[in-house]
Design a protein around this ligand. Structure first.
Ligand code: 3SL
Length: 283
């Protein structure tokens, strides 16, 4: 009898857990200009900048970077040099003069970034991260095709609302970020109950893009911008799946890879926060 009660008890617990999970929503924010339509304080935000910032961040962490500090402004980024950081900066696709790197995933080889701290500023990607941060997002993680499987599995296990923020281009919607949001949303759909309409918009776009890849590329404005800069190989690289299975998460003002601590990332987070009560650099 007691054994039966225990079994029923655990079935009920499981049903409750699944029901709780099913109440969580997935929002897709198509451009940072729409971010105030969402209360991100109760959600895990995934920042998406496929070409190229969030792809490049995944590469840097997979190649052993210790941490990255995303900042909005060029001077702010430069100021980190004095603290021994490598500095990475891009505007309109091109490396900022005097910086160690631009935003090319190919510049972040293990021999260059392993064990290093990197401050980074990009036109849209780092700006989207900061936009989520000032709105007190519950957590902020970085998404790209290169970490899609690990990231989606982790999101499914968190039992939290999720908001996918596309960095876009200067507040405009971009095809590649929306397509990725659709790919991720599609993986989350069986595990979440409530999806905002933009999630379906993104998923539908992802499905069409899967069938007509060339058509979508040819019409993507940022793809064309990068092609003019002779960066077609980078675009191809950014579209490859699961090449860099890491989960960069904002902890304080820093991005850290939590992929080694997936079961209990909160302990890792507390450890980092205790070790580094550092404030952002004063200008
Ligand atoms: O906008 C950004 O943050 C960048 O990713 C743009 S670029 O691909 O480096 O041009």
């Amino acid at each position: 009898m007691a054994k039966k009660a225990k079994v029923y008890g655990s079935i009920l617990l499981n049903i409750n857990f699944v029901a709780m999970k099913m109440k969580k929503f997935v929002h897709v924010c198509l451009t940072p200009a729409l971010i105030d339509q969402f209360d991100v304080s109760e959600a895990i935000v995934v920042v998406i900048d496929i070409l190229r910032a969030t792809t490049t961040m995944c590469v840097a962490f997979d190649h052993g970077a210790e941490l990255m500090v995303p900042v909005e402004h060029i001077d702010e980024c430069k100021a980190y040099e004095e603290q021994g950081f490598l500095i990475a900066g891009e505007r309109s696709g091109e490396q900022i003069a005097g910086f160690d790197f631009g935003n090319s995933p190919f510049s972040y080889g293990p021999e260059i970034v392993s064990g290093k701290k990197i401050a980074i500023t990009t036109t849209n990607g780092t700006r989207a991260i900061k936009a989520a941060q000032v709105r007190n997002a519950k957590e902020i993680v970085v998404g790209s095709f290169s970490n899609i499987s690990l990231l989606s599995r982790w999101l499914i296990n968190q039992n939290e609302h999720v908001c996918l923020i596309c960095a876009g281009w200067r507040d405009h919607v971009t095809l590649e970020d929306t397509i990725f949001a659709g790919a991720l949303s599609r993986r989350l759909r069986p595990h979440f109950k409530r999806f905002q309409d933009t999630a379906l918009v993104a998923e539908t776009l992802f499905q069409s893009a899967n069938i007509r890849k060339r058509y979508f590329f040819r019409h993507s404005s940022h793809y064309n911008r990068l092609i003019h800069l002779n960066l077609q190989e980078e675009v191809k690289y950014a579209m490859r799946r699961d090449t860099h299975p890491v989960i960069p998460m904002m902890i304080g003002d820093e991005l850290h890879d939590i992929s080694q601590h997936l079961d209990n990332y909160q302990d890792f987070k507390a450890e980092i926060l205790a070790k580094r009560p550092r404030k952002s650099v004063e200008l």
